[in-house]
Design a protein around this ligand. Structure first.
Ligand code: ADP
Ligand code: MG
Length: 396
């Protein structure tokens, strides 16, 4: 990587300010206590933290959680995260009840080796990338490490602003791994390279399609976004979700794709989105019916493409996977990726809902890499710069 990485830093005896991505779901647990309901992102940071501690550094951790919009509240507090981190790290974690105030200063000046400061978004300066707020955060570290891939597409004080106020800024191990997988698949993919796109909206992913089309051998499109393409080709789509203002763009993409884009040839349809409706399979969607999942013929065709691939990137579920009646297509793709991975293909999955589907189905460990960032991965796949990465120091 052209950027400085944790491996390039000498952290012995230093305070390492680490931007982690502890934006995890919090729920009311036993006795109404708030607890972390999915600690995947906390686990993903452990390697970087252990590396810093083993090298004799102290870790001062900063993260946002949710969207408190500059207003502190118990609901968005990182306190439950500190508890979970302590359990996973098996090491004391000192939690500071403010972000840059007296509690933070006392915690940073204490003799604890791991400190977690309160939610950066409790300060209005965070999302505005306010230089004053960034400077106060930066004052807590001798060097800066960014391990928050999930927010790398944002220009905020805790990931970009701080780099202007601190001597050396490096990528943590998680950020480095995310970037190296994404770079490898987009720049030097082993072929065939197959991308699978699905999910709710074409408009969210047009940039990804435009950037990936020249790079891939096949682009499989499922989910709600496939109906905009099918409609553009003149197929009947019933009452499926269609973005009418994107029909021309969809048609243009199909024209330049030269046969690389593969669309569903059959569908699981129902009158409305609910589990207790009569779901049925058809090739032509009748009026008044919605396509809510890819059908068995499409599953087989897409599976065939995935199994012959050497590189697979997947973002976006194939149907309304939240309901069991419309989850088969997404599950079939997860199975196909697992099989491809066993046959040594490189397989990468990203996107909030896609990763939730994978995790819920028990497939999270069956692919090469599960990205911790949805928006950040899409930004990268669009071919755009990630500000959080660009802000880091260059290699010496
Ligand atoms: P990701 O978070 O992985 O990037 P998206 O947010 O783009 O994925 O899309 C996920 C959503 O798309 C899910 O809530 C899913 O129910 C919905 N979806 C997928 N296929 C359909 C469909 N055919 N009709 C309606 N919604 C769909
Ligand atoms: Mg989503």
């Amino acid at each position: 990587m052209a950027k400085l990485t944790l491996g390039n830093l000498d952290v012995r005896g230093k305070r390492v300010l680490v931007r982690v991505d502890f934006n995890v779901p919090i729920e009311a647990g036993p006795f109404g206590r708030l607890v972390v309901s999915d600690d995947t992102r906390i686990r993903a940071a452990l390697e970087t933290l252990r590396t810093i501690l083993e090298a004799g550094g102290r870790a001062i951790l900063i993260s946002h959680l949710g969207r408190p919009n500059g207003v502190p509240s118990a609901r968005f507090s990182l306190a439950p995260v500190a508890k979970q981190l302590e359990a996973l790290l098996k090491f004391p974690v000192k939690f500071a009840s403010d972000t840059v105030g007296p509690a933070a200063t006392a915690a940073v000046n204490s003799n604890t080796d791991v400190v977690l400061l309160e939610n950066t978004r409790f300060a209005t300066g965070e999302t505005r990338n306010d230089p004053g707020f960034a400077a106060r955060l930066a004052a807590f570290g001798d060097v800066f490490v960014n391990d928050a891939f999930g927010t790398a597409h944002r220009t905020h004080a805790s990931n970009v602003g701080v780099t202007h106020c601190i001597n050396r800024s490096a990528a943590g191990l998680l950020l480095e791994r995310e970037i190296s997988y994404l770079t490898r698949v987009t720049e030097t993919p082993e072929r065939p390279f197959v991308a699978i796109l699905g999910g709710a909206k074409v408009s969210d992913k047009i940039g990804v399609i435009v950037n990936l089309l020249p790079k891939v051998d096949s682009l499989l499109i499922g989910g709600a976004m496939s109906y905009t393409f099918l409609k553009a080709l003149g197929h009947s789509v019933g009452s499926s979700l269609v973005e009418y203002d994107r029909l021309d763009e969809a048609l243009r993409l199909l024209e330049v794709a030269g046969g690389k884009i593969h669309l569903p040839e059959d569908h699981v349809v129902a009158g409305h989105i609910s589990n207790d409706v009569d779901a049925r399979v058809c090739e032509v969607i009748p009026d008044g019916m919605m396509g809510l999942d890819i059908g068995p013929l499409t599953c087989a065709a897409f599976k065939g493409k995935v199994l012959s691939a050497r590189t697979v990137v997947w973002n976006g579920p194939m149907g309304v996977f939240e309901l069991p009646s419309f989850a088969a297509g997404t599950q079939a793709m997860a199975e196909a990726l697992a099989m491809a991975t066993e046959n040594d293909a490189v397989t990468i999955v990203g996107g909030g809902d896609s990763v939730a589907a994978l995790t819920r189905g028990g497939y999270a460990d069956t692919v090469t890499h599960v990205s911790t960032g949805g928006g950040a991965m899409l930004t990268f796949l669009e071919g755009n710069v990630l500000p959080g990465l660009a802000a880091l120091s260059d290699q010496d």
